[in-house]
Each structure stands twice: as C-alpha cells, then as structure tokens.
Write a protein that binds this ligand. Structure first.
Ligand code: MTE
Ligand code: MO
Length: 369
C-alpha cells in the first residue's frame, strides 16, 4: 500500500457533507449576526458617538440586547465546532495548478476562511473569558473585542458571498437519516450550552443553569461584581454629595438626600457580562435632585465615585438619562439601606443602562456645559 495524504473523498461520514455544513452554517450565521448586531448596540450604549442616543425605554432594553449578545455567543461555540467538524476534510483539497487565476482565487478564498476562523475563535474565547471575569491577557478587552468583531463580520460576509451557490445546493439536498444523528448532537449540545448559562439573565432558567457565571443570590438579593473592599472604598465620616454645574455648586449630606422626595422603582441591573437581575430601588430621581439645588436639568452629567482608580470609577449620564424620572440616585435596594458592596452611601440606577455605568459609591455629580 502506498501512503498518500488524505483527500476529501476519503472522509465518508455523512457528517462531512455540504447538506450538514449548510444547515449548521445557517444557524451559526444567525448566531453570529445576532451577536454582532447586539455587540454593536452594546458598544454604542457604552461609548455613544455624538449622533447616537441609547433609549431609556423599555427599562429592560439593555438587559435584553446584552443577554442576547452573550447567549448567541455561547450558542455559537458548539455550532462552530460542529461546523468545523463537518468541513475539515476540505482542508485536504489540493489547490488547482492550472490556470494560475484559479489557483489565486482558491488561495484568496482559503485566506478569508483563515481570517474568519481566527477572528471567530478570538471573539468567542475572549467573550467567554470576559463573562467569567478572567482576564488572562494584557490587551484592553473592550476595544480588541470590538475591532475583532468587525473583522469577523467582514470575513463572514465574504465567506457567505463566495459560498452562496454551495449553501443553496446543501440546503436543497433531500433529508438523509444518516446525517440526522450528527445534526441532532449539534442541536442538543447547542441547547445544553444555552440552558447551562442563560439562567444568569433569564430568571426562570436559573435553576437549570448550572454553569451560569452569576447566580441570582448575593447580598440584598443581587450579585456583586466588584466589592467595596476590592475597590478600596472607605466612606469618610463627613461624606457629602457634591453637585457642580457651570456657575454653581451644592453639597448635600446623606440625611439631606433622604429628606428629599423619594421614588421607588423596579429596575434591572444588567452587566455587560450577560448576567442581569431585577431589584426594587429607592432614591431621589436625578431630575428632581438637580431641580432641588437649582442646577440645569437635561444635560449630560459626569458621575464620580469614591473609587480612586479603576475603569468604572466614573461614568457619563447622557441627557436622555439625566432627564428621565426613573434615573435614581438610589439610597436603598429591596427595602434596605444599600450595603457597602452595592454602593453605600448612594449609587446611580438608570433604566436601560449598561451595568458598568451604574456607578456605585457616588460622591460627585458634575453637570456638563
Ligand atoms: N464605582 C464603581 N461602580 C460600579 C462598578 C465599579 O467597578 N466601580 N462596577 C459596575 C459593574 S461592572 C456592574 S455590573 C454593577 C454591579 O452592581 P452590583 O454589584 O450592585 O450588582 O456596578 C457597576 N458600578
Ligand atoms: Mo458589569
């Protein structure tokens, strides 16, 4: 027997057919598209360009888009592995030697797949690590994950464009019981991956989601991402809330804040990592607070915390959120005074706002010009 490199025809399993590749590819394409679009939204909500206003309603909007982002990313992992399994024998296709034009086209098509694979693996792996709050790298997650998302989307568009005839052919093939077993395993693993994690944001799944990175519990019924100790928070005995605006300043003690008219609202806290939870918050609506001290309303506000450093020590409250009566400077959660880990003495809770911007341990509100 003469040894030779394998050829695609040597792989006879029904898993390696265009029909399987096209069916899994279709769902992978759906997962990637949802993930990409919700990723764009999440980025715009956190770093809004000048022309963009992230709406404050419905109050769960960010919870839903970010939940969909993380769930579609989780679903894409088993789908991508199944897709690779279905097509890997094609790695052994030898490039055509003639005419040279076809060899170049073949090479370019392979290169686009390589780019797509690298970007897709990078996105899924870095997203997963971020969700479990592990950062075994030196780059800044947000920017790199965002840039690689565009690369993956571009390479995917090229890939789909090139493969359109094959996709059509694969989807058109008649059902074959032999390939059904493989597809069934792919769908089941995808479903299992989603069920095991989605409970972090879908309350009625919380009991089956054994791998969810944040369980619904925690002090005062809410998970904590960064504790007061981790953030190095010590609330000074003479703590005051400072409010500044062009042409004026005011200071309020916690007692003074507590004597202002309070509002209670049920609002979710929705982390970019995909977990979210609803709580009942009580505090002073930010528009009322500004009016009470005579500061201009309906302008952007820079919120600063007692945290000395850290990426989320400050945040920007855009005008739409400043003007919303559901945007609270919260003093209480679920009927109790905020615990240290949830932001005592006060924190921002605004409707449809990324969790990273719900600044805890607030000490200063700066109304911007
Ligand atoms: N000052 C400050 N506020 C912060 C953070 C932080 O690191 N520092 N973390 C944010 C993140 S990432 C989230 S998801 C929410 C979590 O709020 P919780 O711990 O009360 O659930 O707080 C936000 N507020
Ligand atoms: Mo977060």
């Amino acid at each position: 027997m003469r040894l030779r490199p394998p050829r695609p025809e040597d792989f006879r399993s029904p898993a390696h057919t265009p029909a399987v590749a096209a069916r899994i590819g279709l769902w992978l394409g759906v997962a990637f598209t949802v993930c990409f679009l919700t990723g764009l939204l999440s980025h715009a909500a956190q770093h809004p360009p000048g022309w963009f206003t992230w709406p404050t309603r419905p109050v769960s909007l960010y919870r839903i888009t970010q939940g969909a982002h993380v769930i579609s990313g989780v679903a894409a992992i088993p789908l991508l592995l199944a897709k690779l399994w279905s097509v890997y024998p094609r790695l052994f296709i030898r490039p055509p030697s003639r005419p040279p034009g076809r060899a170049v086209a073949h090479g370019a098509e392979r290169l686009s797949i390589l780019v797509l694979l690298c970007a897709a693996f990078f996105e899924l792996a870095s997203g997963l690590f971020n969700a479990v709050q592990s950062y075994p790298w030196r780059f800044f997650f947000v920017e790199t994950h965002y840039a690689a998302g565009w690369i993956a989307a571009g390479a995917l568009a090229v890939h789909i464009g090139v493969k359109l005839p094959r996709i059509g052919g694969g989807l058109g093939e008649r059902p074959d019981p032999r390939r059904r077993a493989f597809l069934r395993i792919a769908w089941l693993s995808t479903g299992a991956a989603v069920l095991a994690t989605a409970g972090g944001t879908v309350p009625w799944l919380s009991r089956v989601s054994v791998l969810a990175w944040r369980s619904p519990g925690g002090p005062q019924g809410l998970p904590v991402n960064r504790t007061a100790a981790a953030a190095g928070i010590q609330v000074p005995a003479n703590w005051r809330l400072a409010i500044t605006w062009p042409g004026g300043t005011a200071e309020l003690t916690l007692d003074e804040l507590a004597t202002l008219r309070q509002r209670t609202a049920t609002l979710p806290i929705a982390c970019v990592e995909g977990w979210s939870a609803t709580a009942t918050w009580t505090g002073v609506p930010v528009p009322d607070l500004l009016a009470a001290v005579g500061a201009p309303t309906r302008r952007a506000i820079r919120v600063s915390s007692l945290e000395q450093s850290g990426l989320y020590a400050t945040s920007l409250l855009p005008p739409a959120h400043t003007a919303d009566p559901l945007t609270l400077l919260a003093l209480r959660v679920n009927g109790e005074v905020l615990s240290a880990d949830h932001g005592f003495p006060c924190r921002i809770i605004a409707p449809s706002r990324p969790g990273v911007l719900q600044t805890k341990w607030v000490t200063r509100l700066e109304v911007l010009a």
